[in-house]
Design a protein around this ligand. Structure first.
Ligand code: ADP
Length: 192
């Protein structure tokens, strides 16, 4: 099994690169943002509660996203491996993920961290907001709040995995293919 975390601030290109990585390596894509947006679309109680939080640019509670990931892992017992996108976002989520993977006798092999400047992030997210239908991409204050939340809570996730020497920093600016090649170079060091 090959389990990878694609890590980086909002707008760093995790969604775009995830699509290419899962196609190339046959991994199952687990995006907590996508899972939450499908709860919102289905108007479940969880979705309704999550939308109010997401529209402020804050993080939804750890137990909610950990529960969603735990169910998704159980729903995919035969996967070759998982690509985690937008998860874990806090140290508590990292510790929970390590525990869930340990139950499956596996672990995170690699954390790929995309690095993009703040002004480029804001520009990309406002651009995405024109077509994505995502309410959290249309307001610059919400975008900046998500970046603040990232620095306050999520950047510790990289520190957590650095302790285990699992983090590779990748420049997230350049063409989609250049970035994908840099990511692939790291993934290719692991065999499936
Ligand atoms: P982006 O990385 O572009 O901000 P995502 O689609 O990953 O977008 O997430 C959108 C929103 O969903 C986040 O701003 C947050 O409110 C919520 N969210 C997604 N994943 C998590 C998570 N692991 N923990 C807490 N909240 C999350």
């Amino acid at each position: 099994m090959l389990n990878i975390i694609l890590f980086g601030p909002p707008g760093s290109g995790k969604g775009t690169q995830s699509e290419k990585l899962i196609a190339q390596y046959g991994l199952k894509h687990l995006s907590t943002g996508d899972l939450l947006r499908s709860e919102i679309a289905a108007q479940t109680p969880l979705g309704i509660e999550a939308k109010a939080i997401m529209d402020k640019g804050h993080l939804v509670p750890d137990e909610v996203v950990i529960g969603m990931i735990s169910s998704a892992l159980e729903a995919n017992p035969t996967a070759n491996g998982f690509l985690f996108d937008g998860f874990p976002r806090t140290e508590a989520q990292s510790i929970a993920l390590d525990g869930l993977l340990e139950l499956k006798n596996t672990e995170i092999a690699l954390v790929l961290s995309l690095e993009v400047s703040e002004e480029e992030l804001v520009k990309r997210l406002l651009q995405r907001g024109l077509t994505s239908g995502r309410s959290d991409d249309t307001n610059e204050n919400v975008i900046r709040a998500r970046i603040v939340e990232y620095h306050k809570k999520t950047s510790v996730v990289a520190d957590y995995y650095k302790k285990f020497d699992k983090v590779k920093n990748i420049k997230g600016e350049g063409t989609v293919d250049e970035i994908f090649n840099a990511l692939s170079e790291e993934v290719n060091k692991f065999s499936l």
